[in-house]
Design a protein around this ligand. Sequence first.
Ligand SMILES: [Zn+2]
Ligand SMILES: [Zn+2]
Length: 284
Amino acid sequence: MNRVDLHSHSTVSDGSYTPGEVVSMAVRAGLAGLALTDHDNIGGVTIAMQAGKREGILVVPGVEISAEFDRGTCHILGYFFDPSDKIFQEKLAYLQHARAERNPKIAKKLQKLGIDITYEEVQAIAGAEQVGRPHFARILMSKGIVKDFNEAFERFLGKGKAAYVDKFRYQPEEAFEMIQASGGVVVLAHPYTLNLPDDELNALLKKWIELGLRGIEVFYPDHTEEMIDHYSRIADTLGLIKTGGSDFHGNNKEGSILGDCGPRGCPSMDVIEQLRQSSASKSG
Ligand SMILES: [Zn+2]
Ligand SMILES: [Zn+2]
């Protein structure tokens, strides 16, 4: 077994398992390597790395930063940064603050739509987890307002939908800078969510490569085999590292299974070495 899952979430962002639990699950899934990539938060990274050492699995520092992008959703993955970098931590804390301010606003919007929901209920269901849209979705499901997560996001919580609230984000270029300044390497997550036609995607990737982009997420559960081949070709042409992951969120995302990176499986251990070599620190 030398497969690695380079995209996963814990209770530090909107996943349902703690960093330690995610590491144990990765071991049980037979993975050789794991990156915890919580949204805008590296608070679980050190714990996960320590757990990895105990359990005999390579855990590399990871993060997923939501960046401003009008056309679609732009998530930037960072690997091999220094988790103790204070400036990086502060810049991420600013995003966490923006996220925290956003949640009560979502509750208000849902109330205005005539839905019987309070922010206290949302906090209660989140428990120790950082409140996020999946918790709103769970309440909408439990009240019978929607039948599943998809419907909750399609009707209410997704970008541009009835109860959507925008929040502060860094520009993609700023996210690149933050990751690189702390010694990390920059990878574009699930490229299809940028919502760009091929020619525009290619042009953008070329521009971003000059700014430090080193990889794209080719292996991903929502990618079809055709998409994987397509992004694989793009990566080969542009000299980008082909990463992949499950985007595991535990019970907070339907059908996400740790170690399931889509129809062509998860990337191999070599990818971790490629990322390490490309990181600004080259230490890991
Ligand atoms: Zn993402
Ligand atoms: Zn993710």
